[in-house]
Design a binder for this molecule. Structure first.
Ligand SMILES: [Zn+2]
Ligand SMILES: [Zn+2]
Length: 340
């Protein structure tokens, strides 16, 4: 079987690995589709993701769907042939955060496809892999494996919206119209937002945001006036740009809320504390997700949420380098997936 392994910056090799076997309580999975995410791109182009540095070959990939190819002794949740979404989150279930229902803050987290721990938590860009049955979320609907691989990013959008509080009747700004901005549009609509405005610096992502239901789109340079006066109740910063966070601070009404979803560059930032103070803004972080993964699987399998407009292309594992370059080109792609 084949696996994508990042050895260093711009050194991704598609290499043969031994076929794994499922032990007791484990499931052998055949990759359905695996979405390439911003963190995968950081590992590929820079050999690191913020402070997490590739120190041994890393198999990236944390957004995956799969088909069950085998089950170990005692597995009851899935059977051979089932279509599953795979949760990459291995929270401990025992620490205070887990027990409060905030597994994304787990003190002992292992999140797949990440160099945050050593040995690295190897990800899912490979033909076959083994997971505990708890990671497997079977679906019976005719939703495609490509759609099902959106469970992880959709969960990010749902969690961001949860962090922003009640949206019924509210005006919403989302900065950044990549995958995470677009799934935040879908989640804000589900939550009852009255109006959703999306900004970006590129036209293609803005047209994608309109396709998934944004009421208005603003080009951050051409339509800068539209972001200069306070008019939004809740803003979500999904671009990972400090300029966009400043735009959120300017465009959010007094007493409003800003949720930081994107990861900003790892550099000291001149921050806007006085504006937060004087406008009584609440600035909140949103990190990954908890129970929202389960909700995302349900919304996708019923197509209550339709992510199909966001899928730009699928590449076989053997063409992973081309896929990573396509995924990095925001004039060309929203979500690019690897398939086996
Ligand atoms: Zn991701
Ligand atoms: Zn925990």
């Amino acid at each position: 079987m084949l696996a994508c392994r990042i050895h260093a910056a711009e050194d991704l090799r598609v290499e043969p690995l031994d076929m794994p076997a499922a032990g007791p309580g484990e499931v052998l999975l055949k990759l359905g589709a695996g979405g390439i995410c911003g963190s995968d791109l950081h590992y590929f182009f820079e050999g690191r993701n913020g402070s997490f540095i590739v120190r041994e070959p890393l198999i990236p990939g944390h957004e995956a769907s799969a088909t069950v190819a085998g089950v170990g002794a005692g597995v009851t949740r899935v059977k051979v042939g089932d279509k599953v979404a795979v949760s990459p989150s291995h929270a401990c279930g025992r620490c205070g955060y887990c027990r409060e229902g905030r597994e994304q803050l787990c003190e002992n987290m292992r999140f797949l496809g990440s160099a945050s721990v050593f040995p690295h938590a190897q990800g899912m860009f490979r033909d076959h892999f083994v997971m505990g049955e708890r990671q497997c979320f079977p679906v019976e609907s005719d939703v495609s494996l490509g759609e099902l691989a959106f469970a992880e990013p959709l969960a990010v959008g749902l969690h961001a919206v949860n962090r922003g509080g009640d949206l019924l009747g509210k005006s919403v700004l989302i900065t950044g119209a990549g995958t995470i901005g677009c799934v935040t549009v879908l989640a804000a609509r589900l939550a009852g937002a009255a109006t959703i405005t999306v900004s970006d610096i590129l036209d293609r992502p803005l047209s994608q945001a309109a396709k998934v239901g944004a009421d208005a789109v603003l080009h951050a340079a051409r339509d800068a006036d539209g972001l200069s006066r306070p008019q939004f109740d809740v803003s979500y910063e999904a671009s990972g740009s400090f300029a966009a966070l400043q735009a959120c601070v300017a465009a959010t009404k007094r007493g409003g809320t800003i949720v930081q979803v994107g990861t900003l560059p790892h550099a000291p930032l001149p921050f806007v504390v006085n504006e937060l103070m004087a406008k009584e803004l609440d600035l909140r972080g949103a990190f990954r997700w908890g129970i929202e993964f389960d909700w995302a699987v349900d919304y996708l399998s019923s197509r209550r949420v339709d992510v199909r407009p966001l899928l730009s292309g699928q590449y076989p594992l053997a063409d992973a380098v081309d896929a990573f370059h396509a995924a990095a080109d925001k004039n060309r792609s929203t979500k690019v997936q690897l398939v086996s």
